[in-house]
Design a protein around this ligand. Structure first.
Ligand code: HEC
Length: 206
């Protein structure tokens, strides 16, 4: 016969068991490490990045890539397009992108994001960043820079020059060429004269 006490003990055991079972899958954050009944493969000998190892002669656990390795997404068989420098170490003379409204719109959007903070939206070099700095960005309307071929402009954007950092990691090849096209448009607009305005509209320009 089951006594009252036995029934009570059984109930208590049931509650305790359920609490234990549910507690095991509870997600409460805890500072204690979990109890590992079966460690599975949670702990194992392994090397992490930058660790040393006596196994290799150079003492590094990580192997270096084979010399000349290029990450797939960075590889471009067309070196002139990718670098702005053509065979024979001369700058690419002409922008390889078609000069369309889309190209210019894309170039304008990217110029205003990546260049305007320093060079300002007109390219004169009075952006908000240099107003707080000791260096001065070049004026993109300087005769010297206007006379750059397209490839040189592209190369400056990609690799930087003197105090200007390069932007090849932030801006894609295509967008950099689009910026080149837009800088050309800015330079052209800076040098506009009355003779660029159609004759029938000249009277409207003051
Ligand atoms: C962080 C500020 C900064 C940004 C952003 C920046 N530049 Fe410059 N840029 C400079 C400075 C500073 C110089 C002057 C470098 C020198 O002569 O020391 C310069 C110079 C240049 C020159 C002239 C290089 C020469 O031979 O004198 C060109 C062209 C140019 N920048 C284009 C761009 C374009 C296009 C972008 C946008 C992709 C851009 N820059 C973004 C700071 C910047």
């Amino acid at each position: 016969m089951i006594t009252h006490l036995q029934r009570r003990t059984a109930k208590l055991l049931l509650v305790a068991g359920a609490a234990l079972a549910l507690g095991a899958c509870s997600n409460f954050p805890s500072r204690q490490p979990p109890i590992w009944v079966f460690p599975d493969m949670k702990k194992q000998d392994k090397y992490k990045a930058q660790m040393s190892s006596p196994f290799f002669s150079d003492g590094r656990a990580s192997r270096r890539p084979v010399d000349g390795t290029v990450a797939q997404e960075w590889y471009n068989a067309d070196e002139a397009y990718a670098t702005g420098v053509a065979a024979g170490n001369t700058y690419v003379a002409k922008n390889p992108l078609p000069l369309t409204k889309e190209t210019l719109a894309q170039g304008q959007a990217k110029f205003n994001v990546y260049c305007a903070p320093c060079h300002d939206r007109t390219g004169s070099g009075r952006g908000v960043v240099p107003s707080k700095a000791v260096w001065v960005p070049g004026n993109l309307h300087d005769e010297r820079i206007v006379n750059f071929v397209d490839g040189e402009l592209y190369h400056v954007i990609s690799m930087g020059r003197r105090t200007m950092p390069g932007y090849r990691f932030q801006i894609t090849d295509k967008d950099r060429w689009a910026i080149v096209a837009y800088v050309r448009a800015l330079q052209r607009s800076w040098r506009g004269t009355m003779s660029d305005v159609p004759a029938d509209m000249q009277s409207k320009v003051r």
